[in-house]
Unconditional design. Structure first.
Length: 236
């Protein structure tokens, strides 16, 4: 295990905020997250899982609309009845699909548009994708969004009620666990090696056996190119 931070945990680590331990990144657990449950059981922490009924909203045209269940979909004011039925069908079959299969080679835009229509994609999905992925929004894999739909869609108390979980004490509970077997932190420390910047650069350096590459730059001053100490050739 190679860890660049001074403490183990990576994205699961916490930081101190005025004496309060806060997760570095927020996490929630779905009922399909079996590897998490197996790890908790291995560490003797199975009883630290907490489940909460959750709700969802969609802020659209200046209003917060209820979202995330069939009734909310039918009541949503910005879609036609046909669009609502098509949207519901997409969610129904996506949750019951077993694997991504050919979705690896389809964009999320094309997949959603095929199921729901271009209007639904542009009104509901495109703004979210553009905020998250910017210029890459239209090329995001359908497999990526399908995985998230299925994970959340199977984490329900009933058809009308979503239910998500968290570990009591946050993800730090896992990192600093004191189970019957050695804690994660001890395991990490045994294999822990904090990389300095020099070590990072050395690990990513071009090996001696790698093919040589010459890059020709036109119109740049020679001293500027020489400052990179790379096989760059200056052409005036």
């Amino acid at each position: 295990m190679l860890e660049a931070a001074p403490e183990p945990g990576g994205m699961a680590a916490h930081f101190d905020l005025g004496g309060l331990s806060i997760e570095r990144y927020y996490h929630f657990i779905c009922k399909a997250d079996r590897p998490t449950f197996e790890l908790l059981d291995e560490l003797g922490l199975g009883d630290r899982m907490r489940w909460v009924a959750t709700s969802m909203g969609y802020y659209f045209d200046g209003r917060l609309e209820s979202w995330g269940d069939p009734v909310s979909l039918l009541r949503f004011p910005k879609l036609s009845l046909v669009e609502k039925l098509r949207y519901g069908a997409m969610m129904f079959f996506a949750v019951r699909r077993r694997d991504a299969g050919g979705l690896e080679h389809v964009s999320a835009k094309d997949w959603i548009t095929r199921w729901c229509g271009a209007g639904v994609y542009e009104r509901l999905w495109a703004p979210l994708f553009r905020l998250k992925f910017y210029q890459y929004a239209d090329n995001i894999s359908a497999a990526w969004i399908w995985t998230r739909i299925k994970r959340l869609g199977t984490s329900r108390r009933s058809m009308l009620q979503e239910e998500l979980g968290y570990i009591e004490g946050g993800s730090e509970t896992l990192v600093h666990a004191q189970p019957h077997s050695p804690p994660l932190e001890t395991r990490a420390e045994r294999a822990h090696w904090r990389l300095s910047w020099e070590q990072r650069l050395a690990r990513n350096a071009r090996p001696p056996t790698a093919p040589s590459v010459e890059i020709v730059l036109h119109g740049l001053p020679a001293p500027f190119i020489q400052a990179f100490d790379l096989p760059l050739r200056h052409v005036a």
